[in-house]
Design a protein around this ligand. Structure first.
Ligand code: URA
Length: 230
């Protein structure tokens, strides 16, 4: 059995325990069948793709009527690090890929400065479809969509989540405090370290403000230290 099989098994065991604790026996026995089938069990990247397929055909909220493409997220199915933004913008909506506009290019540079590639991490959003005119996603849209990001986190099991800006930070930390107060200090969400930092589009909009960039870099250095990236 290779390392991926092992990871898949222990991942599945955790999920079964969770479903058992929730008193959901159907899932447990159905999934137990999958455990017995063993070699035919889909690996995490396939399961991530299954979630993405459901997101692409999702019609749960009105954003699905105005989107061009849903943007499920992309990256490594066993990433130690996830970056989570608020919702796709125009460029992301056009391509179905997260963080590919100006803010996304800056995020890519930040990731590289951390000695990582986009393919090493997982990049996603709390809301998977673009809100019209780039407005913030509202509470109902976040509540309707949040199951998908939870499934992705549950599958990937990152060691650190970097929340980009107010919306994902408030969602994960269940707070109304602002990003300026919260950034730069590790918090926790369901046993996972969360590092809130400024959204890259805020940095792009305030290009002349070097302090903001320095702040983000300090936050990322803490993440690197935690993950043992030298
Ligand atoms: N802003 C976000 O929050 N997410 C994206 O994917 C792009 C811009």
């Amino acid at each position: 059995m290779d390392e991926r099989d092992n990871r898949w098994r222990s991942d599945l065991k955790d999920r079964l325990e969770y479903f058992n604790q929730m008193g959901i026996d159907d899932v447990a026995s159905e999934t137990a069948g999958v455990v017995r089938a063993d070699r035919t069990s889909p690996p995490p990247n396939r399961r991530l793709e299954e979630i993405a397929a459901r997101i692409r055909s999702c019609r749960r909220c009105p954003l699905s009527e105005t989107r061009r493409n849903a943007v499920p997220g992309e990256g490594n199915s066993s990433a130690d690090l996830m970056f989570i933004g608020e919702a796709p913008g125009r460029d992301e909506d056009a391509r179905g890929i997260p963080f590919v506009g100006r803010a996304g290019q800056l995020l890519t540079r930040i990731i590289k400065a951390m000695k990582l590639e986009r393919g090493d991490v997982f990049i996603s959003n709390v809301v998977k479809c673009r809100p019209p005119d780039n407005r913030n996603p509202n509470r109902i849209e976040i509540e309707t969509c949040h199951g998908y990001i939870m499934e992705q986190i549950d599958l990937i099991k990152p060691k650190v989540i970097v929340t980009l800006g107010n919306i994902p930070t408030r969602f994960f930390l269940d707070t109304t405090r602002g990003i300026t107060a919260l950034r730069g200090e590790f918090q926790e969400f369901q046993g996972i370290k969360v590092m809130p930092t400024f959204h890259p589009s805020y940095l792009v909009r305030n290009e002349a403000n070097r302090v903001l960039r320095k702040n983000v870099w300090e936050d990322m250095q803490q993440v690197m230290a935690f993950l043992g990236i030298e």
